[in-house]
Design a protein. Structure first.
Lengths: 393, 372
């Protein structure tokens, strides 16, 4: 099927989430994504398991994030490996990386070096703080950026301090993938018109701030933290129902009279706080299903607070594309949106180390089998077991 | 030249469109506008309801509206009239793409309206957004907040014994807006004669962001939940505010050097497994240490030692942050003689150039004549 990025080849140096999830989305949109690792350096996600019992199908976070990609392994620290990379860059459209600042230059593959071999190249650099500025070398994980970007300042209970999204979400590392993929696609669209490549300097900290942009505009008008309450809603919070589950409720100002009638408070001129207390009492006496149904019948938005397991169980009932499956039935990351004419789909499982080194070097670099074997025995490249034998010819 | 110059994109929503979807549509449009597209926001005569959402600035404008609509053109069309419909049709006929909510898309038959190709143009696109989408039952009423609940994001934030907590701002809406933008621009890359339809369900986007929790549940049968003070990464107090404690195993020695407290040498804390069993005790000790350090001191050590600690800044402080100033991240924009605001630019520097946000459109007093 012809997809939006069909014909676009991406050399993917992206690791962990921010980089590797961006290139995963580019792969879903039809790009040929070639993940580049090294005999001496793997994507840390290959060795990064979640806490608790370990799954059977290999490192799960890697498997989730690297489906639809090919993988090669070159030692970029050796002149031979660097030369191979630049030869592939000459045949590619996009290079994507989220290393610490300075690594690309030290490896001799920064934008100037890439442009010298391919003037039309698009380099997407995803970093904590951006390419330049006094904090350019500051390192982070997502929750660092919650704090440094202003999001944590705005997150928290009314009587408490700032809160980060935490290790299990690392929100800024997730959300950047959708934005960065959008910027690469924009550069690809523009290149079709102008012929010009681009260097995209994408700062995750700036994105985090952009996503609370209205607080910058508001300046000191904003009360920093207000729990779950939010204008223009009259009432918004989580309430415990009988049995202890949490129910999330949003009440618009025009829904207040329906709510008062429902909970037997009509005619009383209660403030939002008093009404919240009355609603908490009313919900505390009702089981989850009955409480949810009663609010729904009054036209009020209400939903149980699900954990990841419960949310997963709603697949097919409330949602369908966010988690997908490979042909073998293994769960992997799905899609944040869908296209009707060129549906995003899972076509390949996450690759083993060096699974495609031999084929990619032969196809794009014009290397012979003998040359590839020599590079492998010199340690400049790494090929998955049997993959050289599988080469044509 | 900006990358989307020459593209025209409409933003439209039905009268009863959910606030979260209005914000998502507007964010997608703001990104396109900063990248050089001509973005036309269609408003009813009384204006987009977002214009009235607090907090309001000194001049009475909504901070949300100002942020989301910089750089756009506003066109007022009377809703529910034949004239309004015809004018919308004309605007649609000349646009490359439209961003709309599902209710509007249903009533105005967007797909067939976009069916006619523009002369010498690539594929046309409709990005259609909703809080929920099939297979969710259509009668299920939702809000941005209840979508966060269903997506498992609320459960992960806050204190274990207190109510689950939303992230600040409108993260679900804005993430859906990012998805709409990326889907839309991908659609514009296509070449088919049929218009591309981008479907964004806010719930799917939230679940996609929360994949780690779902992934963990998929193999272990157990999902993580919020742990508050017993979380491995959390916010601690320091001398002049707060700092996010974020670190990996490899960072432990540098963290101990920064804290400089002999109690951290306790064998309980020597390995990650031990630290995980004593997270509250560890947080208490580290907070005591951090209370002797300012955010600037922690910042400088973190920068030098490559520690991923996060000093907490407010947006107001960030407007004066040396790094943001060096990168021109915030433009000072005057709304009138007395109101000047800090406006974040699009978070991308494009081959050394950044794109300054445009002016915020005022609401026209009467329906706009449709350009011919």
């Amino acid at each position: 099927m012809k997809r939006p990025l069909s014909g676009c080849r991406v050399l993917d140096l992206g690791i962990i989430t921010a980089g590797a999830a961006t290139s995963a989305l580019l792969a879903d949109l039809g790009a040929e994504v070639v993940k580049v690792e090294s005999p001496s350096y793997r994507d840390p996600f290959r060795n990064w398991s979640a806490d608790g019992p370990q799954p059977r199908d290999g490192p799960p976070f890697f498997r989730f994030t690297n489906r639809n990609k090919r993988a090669i392994s070159l030692d970029l620290k050796r002149p031979q490996g660097r030369a191979l990379f630049l030869r592939l860059a000459a045949e590619s459209d996009v290079v994507l990386e989220n290393f610490r600042r300075g690594v690309m230059a030290r490896l001799g593959i920064d934008y100037a070096a890439l442009r010298a071999v391919n003037p039309r190249i698009i380099l997407a650099s995803i970093s904590s703080q951006g390419e330049a500025g006094p904090d350019a070398n500051y390192v982070s994980f997502g929750s660092t950026l919650d704090a440094m970007g202003g999001l944590a300042w705005l997150t928290g209970y009314a009587d408490g301090g700032p809160v980060v999204s935490g290790r299990d979400i690392n929100y800024p590392d997730q959300v950047v993938a959708i934005f960065a993929a959008g910027m690469v696609v924009t550069a690809w669209l523009a290149r079709a018109k102008t012929g010009a490549g681009a260097h995209l300097d994408l700062s995750q900290r700036e994105l985090t701030s952009f996503l609370v942009g209205e607080a910058f505009v508001a300046g000191d008008v904003t009360a920093p933290r207000n729990g779950n309450a939010q204008a223009p809603f009259a009432l918004q919070d989580c309430f415990r129902v009988a049995g202890g589950d949490w129910l999330a409720v949003t009440v618009a100002p025009e829904e207040l009279s329906a709510l008062r009638t429902l909970i037997g408070e009509s005619g009383k001129a209660a403030s939002a706080v008093e009404l919240g207390t009355a609603l908490a009492r009313w919900l505390g006496e009702r089981p989850l299903a009955a409480a949810t149904a009663a609010l729904a019948s009054a036209g009020i938005a209400a939903a149980p607070v699900l954990d990841g397991k419960q949310a997963l169980e709603e697949r097919g009932r409330l949602w369908r594309i966010a988690i997908a499956e490979t042909a073998a039935g293994v769960a992997v990351k799905g899609f944040p949106f869908q296209l009707e004419r060129a549906p995003l789909a899972i076509e390949r499982e996450a690759p083993a180390i060096g699974a495609d080194t031999a084929q990619v070097l032969a196809r794009l670099g014009g290397y012979t089998r003998a040359e590839i074997e020599a590079l492998a025995s010199a340690g400049a490249i790494e090929c998955a077991p049997h993959s050289i034998n599988a080469m044509q010819g | 030249m900006r990358p989307l110059e020459g593209f025209t994109i409409l933003e439209a929503s039905a009268e009863d469109c959910a606030l979260g979807i209005r914000l998502a549509i507007a964010l997608a449009g703001r990104i396109a506008a900063d990248l050089g597209a001509e973005v036309v926001k269609i408003e009813p005569p009384e204006g987009d309801p977002v214009r009235r959402v607090p907090p309001l600035l000194g001049n009475g404008e909504s901070a949300l509206f100002v942020f989301l609509n910089a750089g756009k053109r506003s066109v007022v069309l009377p809703s529910g009239t034949a004239g309004g419909k015809a004018a919308f049709g004309q605007l649609l006929a000349a646009a490359h793409a439209v961003i709309a909510d599902a209710a509007l898309a249903g009533t105005c038959e967007l797909e067939s309206a976009l069916g006619a190709r523009l002369p010498a143009r690539a594929r046309r696109v409709a990005a259609i957004l909703s809080l929920l989408a099939p297979p969710a039952p259509p009668e299920l009423k939702a809000s941005e907040f209840t979508v966060l609940a269903l997506g498992g994001m609320l459960d992960l934030v806050g204190e274990a014994e207190r109510a689950p907590l939303r992230l600040g701002g409108h993260q679900a809406a804005y993430a859906a807006g990012l998805a709409a933008y990326t889907g839309l621009v991908a659609g514009l890359c296509g070449t088919g004669a049929e218009p591309e339809i981008v479907r964004v369900s806010m719930l799917e986007t939230v679940l996609w962001l929360n994949w780690k929790s779902l992934a963990t549940a998929s193999w272990s049968g157990v999902a993580p939940t919020r742990a508050g003070r017993a979380a491995e990464w959390q916010v601690l107090r320091c001398a002049d505010g707060w700092v996010a404690l974020v670190y990996q195993e490899v960072d432990w020695p540098a963290l101990c050097r920064l804290a400089g407290d002999a109690r951290l040498a306790d064998p309980r804390f020597a390995e990650r497994d031990g630290r995980l069993r004593h997270l509250r005790a560890l947080a208490d000790i580290l907070e005591e240490c951090f209370l002797k350090l300012t955010r600037r001191q922690i910042h400088e050590t973190a920068l030098a030692e490559k520690l991923p600690l996060g000093p907490v800044s407010s947006p107001e402080e960030l407007a004066r942050d040396p790094h943001y100033l060096a990168r021109d991240f915030l433009a000072r924009v005057s709304l009138d003689a007395e109101t000047s605001i800090a406006m974040p630019r699009l978070p991308v520097v494009w081959s050394g150039t950044h794109f300054a946000p445009g002016p915020v459109p005022a609401l026209a007093r009467r329906p706009s004549p449709v350009p011919t």
